[in-house]
Design a binder for this molecule. Structure first.
Ligand SMILES: [Mg+2]
Length: 414
């Protein structure tokens, strides 16, 4: 049977989720409709844009640039601080809904998931209809929009979800690849980082189509075995992952001042997950992996400490970064309450294969394990009933949302 994959991607996730929170708190302005950004630590000047609205993007504001520079481009920019606990709750609610359509949900990052929808036609209709159903249900029940890419493999599904946004479903079947994917700049191809773009551009390969129509041999000569994978990707085929190699050194870090001082490491879980996700996402976007993970803490007497670990296998996986960071955090937790946490990935190299590994069976297993752990953690946090879909999604629980109910229970438990 022909495989059917969906890639579900929340549109401007952090910004949308922050906008929703403010609306629910009674603010009249929807941040999604004006130039706005989520960013941390503005006073210190090294705060960065973690997410931006569509109107902010129109001013040329990029994720990762400093708030200072963003304000030069758009003086009326509205900046709101991140709320990682809220983001994680929205992420869980999304994954719970997706789980109603297939048992095979692979969470890829805090706001993205792959769904294996093969053989679900009898239940949910043809793929486009099922995708529309999911997209509309997420918007109706959770209040934010997603893009869904529909394709016979994960690579094409992910490429498709990145087409026109927001709130859109796009297909990318093999026959559509020349028209829909080949005209894009080669850097838009999954797995092609900035260093690969430079190399390809120097050879006159500017679009994904140029790459697809190059001699496979020439691309292999240029990139080694990895070239084969990229050439296959350009042709719309998922290829086997290959071995790793690492070169330049570079650091990817994020830190955040907590809204309140924390006394136990588990209180920082959601924040750590979001920080690791942001670091992992940037590494993946640049096609890099890291060998060293460092966690920094500042306590309420402003004493700074940091611990680091060298990994046997370099990674850019959110899950792996989080696992290591969480262990470090546990080991180094100080006597005094903590007011700032940070995570950085160091000794990084231009290796795209950890990212490509997302398509292998072993990663699939890991993703499943991650989902399992997520469910376990949720059960511990909110009690067993909170993770059953019936509780999250009964009609009665829609407004006020199951999210706020879960949040309320969380509050009551302290
Ligand atoms: Mg997204």
């Amino acid at each position: 049977m022909e495989k059917v994959w969906f890639h579900v991607d929340v549109n401007s996730a952090f910004l949308s989720w922050s906008a929703l929170k403010l609306l629910r708190e009674g603010q009249a302005l929807d941040l999604r409709t004006v130039p706005s950004a989520v960013g941390g630590d503005e006073e210190k000047r090294h705060g960065v844009v973690l997410a931006k609205s569509g109107p902010a993007k129109a001013f040329g504001i990029h994720t990762g640039e400093s708030l200072f520079s963003a304000r030069l481009k758009c003086p009326q920019l509205i900046v709101t601080p991140p709320d990682f606990d809220w983001y994680v709750q929205n992420s869980k609610a999304l994954i719970a809904i997706l789980g109603d359509y297939t048992p095979d949900v692979e969470q890829y990052s805090i706001d993205e998931a792959f769904l294996d929808m093969t053989g679900t036609g009898a239940l949910f209709g043809p793929p486009l209809e099922a995708a529309r159903t999911i997209r509309e249900r997420v918007r109706r029940e959770l209040g934010f929009t997603v893009n869904i890419g529909v394709a016979p493999n994960r690579l094409l599904a992910k490429m498709a979800s990145d087409f026109e946004k927001p709130d859109k479903v796009h297909t990318l079947y093999p026959a559509e690849v020349p028209a829909k994917m080949w005209p894009l700049p080669v850097g838009a191809l999954f797995g092609v980082g900035p260093s690969a773009v430079k190399k390809l551009n120097r050879c006159g390969i500017l679009t994904i189509g140029d790459l697809a129509q190059s001699e496979r041999r020439a691309i292999v000569d240029l990139f080694g075995v990895r070239g084969d994978t990229l050439w296959n990707y350009a042709n719309g085929r998922e290829a086997d992952p290959v071995t790793k190699q690492h070169t330049r050194d570079n650091t990817y870090g994020n830190s955040v001042t907590l809204p309140r001082d924390l006394t136990r490491p588990e209180q920082a879980d959601a924040t750590m997950l979001a920080l690791c996700d942001s670091v992992g996402r940037r590494l993946r976007a640049d096609g890099r992996t890291a060998r060293v993970v460092t966690v920094q803490l500042v306590d309420n007497a402003f004493r700074r400490s940091s611990h680091q670990r060298t990994l046997p296998d370099p990674t850019n996986s959110t899950d792996r970064l989080y696992q290591v960071a969480r262990e470090l955090l546990e080991q180094m937790w100080p006597q005094r309450p903590v007011r700032l946490v940070g995570v950085s990935a160091e000794k990084t190299g231009t290796d795209q294969f950890e990212q490509l590994d997302l398509f292998t069976d072993s990663t699939r297993r890991q993703k499943q394990e991650k989902l399992d752990r997520t469910a376990d953690a949720l059960r511990r946090k909110y009690g067993g009933a909170a993770v059953t879909r019936a509780t999250l999604l009964t009609p009665d629980s829609r407004k006020p949302s199951a999210l706020s109910a879960a949040k309320q229970r969380d509050k009551e438990k302290g």
